[in-house]
Write a protein that binds this ligand. Sequence first.
Ligand SMILES: Cc1cc2nc3c(=O)[nH]c(=O)nc-3n(C[C@H](O)[C@H](O)[C@H](O)COP(=O)(O)OP(=O)(O)OC[C@H]3O[C@@H](n4cnc5c(N)ncnc54)[C@H](O)[C@@H]3O)c2cc1C
Length: 287
Amino acid sequence: MTDLAGLLSGLLLRIAKHWIAGETLEDAIARAQQSSAHKIRGIINLLGEEITAREDAAAAAAEYLGILKTINARRIQSCISVKPTQMGLAIDESLFKDNLRKILSNAKSLGNFVWVDMEGSPFTAQTVDSYIESRKKFDNVGVAIQAYLKRSEEDVSRIIDSGGVIRLCKGAYNESPEIVYKRKNQIDENFSKLMRAMFERSKGFAIATHDEKLIEEATRLSSVHHADFEFEMLMGIRDKKKLELVERGYRVSEYIPFGKSWWAYSVRRIREHKSNVFLLARSLISG
Ligand SMILES: Cc1cc2nc3c(=O)[nH]c(=O)nc-3n(C[C@H](O)[C@H](O)[C@H](O)COP(=O)(O)OP(=O)(O)OC[C@H]3O[C@@H](n4cnc5c(N)ncnc54)[C@H](O)[C@@H]3O)c2cc1C
């Protein structure tokens, strides 16, 4: 790496550290311990996606087994979250299912839980179908559903009917208007609709948003439906709100990514909030 490329990469990593714990598992464990001191559970995620070599997918799955072992040995209050294409979905669906099965079985033996993240639309159908299939064997797995996708109402319904656990989020990928709602008010409206269905019909789920209005709507729904649910937020975003919700008696978890492949994740975070573009520009100018 040239000096300039090295400098730039160092600067970008400094910004990325707003949203990622660092490059090592120890960084993620340290963050999960800090969160746990505030009664917030961790959701540890090893960064990496769109893997194209079978060995790399197998290596990522093996790394997750190590993460589960460490969480268990050190009694860290944390589950894990995996990406389908990190487990090989972009290569071959059966490779993804095999890797996921290994992780679920290992997590189950350790009494831990696994979330399956939802990625871009080329992977939605396979992720939902594989999730419903794996749920028949494993009760320690949940899946993210994106409220911006027009198909999500049907997916939510299918997953609830199959007894699955949903993490409802808005969706972070750049998709075509044919398949997603593009305007914030449409996305929020759909989020609200899906959230109501979950409060009415689902046994357990997570509301994953930093949106004040939707969070408060969830608290109102929870006083009527008494559902088993938790709030989930990303590391580095709305930390005060997390503490406030804990104080008010709600369960809160924090998504804690770590690893060397921090670029794609950080770009999604920068893109979704204007102030982060200023943050990026300021850091690049001040060095
Ligand atoms: C636990 C968790 C897991 C997730 N898993 C997935 C997944 O599997 N697949 C997927 O596509 N997406 C996932 N997401 C991301 C999600 O889809 C959204 O892109 C992201 O949460 C921003 O949407 P929002 O609900 O916070 O609402 P927004 O309307 O984007 O934001 C609401 C408010 O939150 C704050 N905020 C939101 N984002 C930022 C930011 N980047 N920087 C600073 N402030 C911000 C601001 O105050 C903003 O006004 C996940 C999110 C969470 C919390």
